[in-house]
Write a protein that binds this ligand. Structure first.
Ligand code: APR
Length: 320
């Protein structure tokens, strides 16, 4: 069987990290695309020169021409600008919407059968715009946010309880903004739900509340520390887990920004929900039972996403 082809649209901090992981894990041949000349070529060559050290038999190539991503199996999109201190993800909207238009056209013309994972922020609106601009089946276009937010949540829970991250299953749903919804009742540490952990004295309610808050602001915490950009290691790992689920038909249930049409009472929009990912793409949205509080938090986050989508429509009249 021929090697799979992975196109990385945007070869900045996340794009470079994605290429590194994809090469080490031999997921397929990698094409790094960017509008900056030399950047994708330089990174691809540097990475290619590392493959003999760990015996990876994939090729890596840099490109400034969309023709080079022809027939890619997976495209991971990070093209655009990243946050700087003082900026919210929403501040990026106008600039990154234009980028999604050019990316959508490039994908449509060159790899119409690819599984597309969008990482560019503001995520839920950008993945929607990318699907609209590309015209791809909604099952083949998803956004990466929930795996990252849930991983942050799991890490903070591990730090507090001393339980290995391997035995923690954390979930965050809804939009990728500060009003995301960490699912306290559905997340587990060693099989115990978080309210049960508090009951058993593993941590106080105050500790749990702080962890929820830190999870919501996790992206901002990294931006404030780095000062020159936003997180890239954890976002890249998260997107790779989604690409692997598709390429290997793993049928994993991951929290991703998926197109909901009826599920969670939503009428055709992208938002973070548990989704079964396999060879068919986003094969099925899994519906958690939400109590009234969770429903209210979910609705508030959905409202923010709807506001961003409306802002996209106001900027670009071609978006219905
Ligand atoms: N087409 C292709 N690449 C583009 C385009 C475009 N139209 N516009 C910008 N780029 C490239 C830039 O040249 C840059 O190399 O996208 C890359 C973005 O890389 P970084 O600035 O390093 O940003 P990164 O940290 O990788 O984050 C990318 O993901 O998490 C989100 O908020 C983040 O939206 C940001 C994106």
């Amino acid at each position: 069987m021929a090697r799979k082809k992975i196109a990385l649209i945007g070869s900045g901090m996340i794009g470079g990290t994605l290429a590194h992981i994809a090469a080490r894990e031999e997921l397929g041949d990698v094409v790094m695309f960017d509008i900056a000349e030399g950047l994708p070529q330089g990174k691809a060559l540097d990475l290619a020169e590392s493959t003999p050290v760990y015996n990876s038999s994939v090729s890596l190539k840099g490109a400034n021409d969309y023709a080079d991503i022809k027939d890619a199996d997976v495209c991971i999109v990070t093209a655009g600008v990243a946050r700087k201190p003082g900026m919210s993800r929403d501040d990026l909207l106008g600039i990154n919407l234009k980028v999604m238009k050019s990316v959508g056209e490039g994908l449509k013309a060159n790899c119409p059968n690819a599984f597309v994972i969008c990482i560019t922020n503001p995520l839920d609106a950008m993945v929607w715009a990318l699907q609209q601009f590309s015209g791809f089946d909604t099952k083949k276009v998803v956004g990466m946010a929930g795996v990252l937010d849930s991983s942050r949540f799991a890490y903070f829970l591990s730090e507090k309880t001393g339980v290995s991250v391997a035995d923690i299953h954390a979930w965050t749903l809804a939009g990728h903004g500060d009003d995301m919804v960490p699912m306290v009742r559905h997340s587990t540490v060693g099989g115990l739900s978080l309210p049960e952990l508090v009951k058993q004295g593993w941590m106080s309610q105050g500790d749990l509340d702080s962890i929820v808050e830190r999870t919501r602001k996790g992206g901002g915490e990294i931006v404030a520390l780095l000062k020159t950009g936003s997180a890239y290691y954890a976002p890249a790992e998260s997107a790779i887990s989604m690409a692997k689920a598709y390429l290997k038909d793993q049928k994993r249930v991951l929290p991703v920004a998926a197109y909901c049409d009826g599920q969670y009472g939503l009428d055709g929009m992208y938002v973070g929900v548990p989704t079964l990912i396999g060879a068919g793409g986003a094969e099925k949205v899994v519906e958690f039972d939400l109590n009234d509080d969770e429903k209210a938090m979910f609705a508030k986050s959905v409202e923010s996403v709807q506001g961003l989508v409306q802002a996209c429509k106001d900027i670009d009249g071609s978006l219905a």
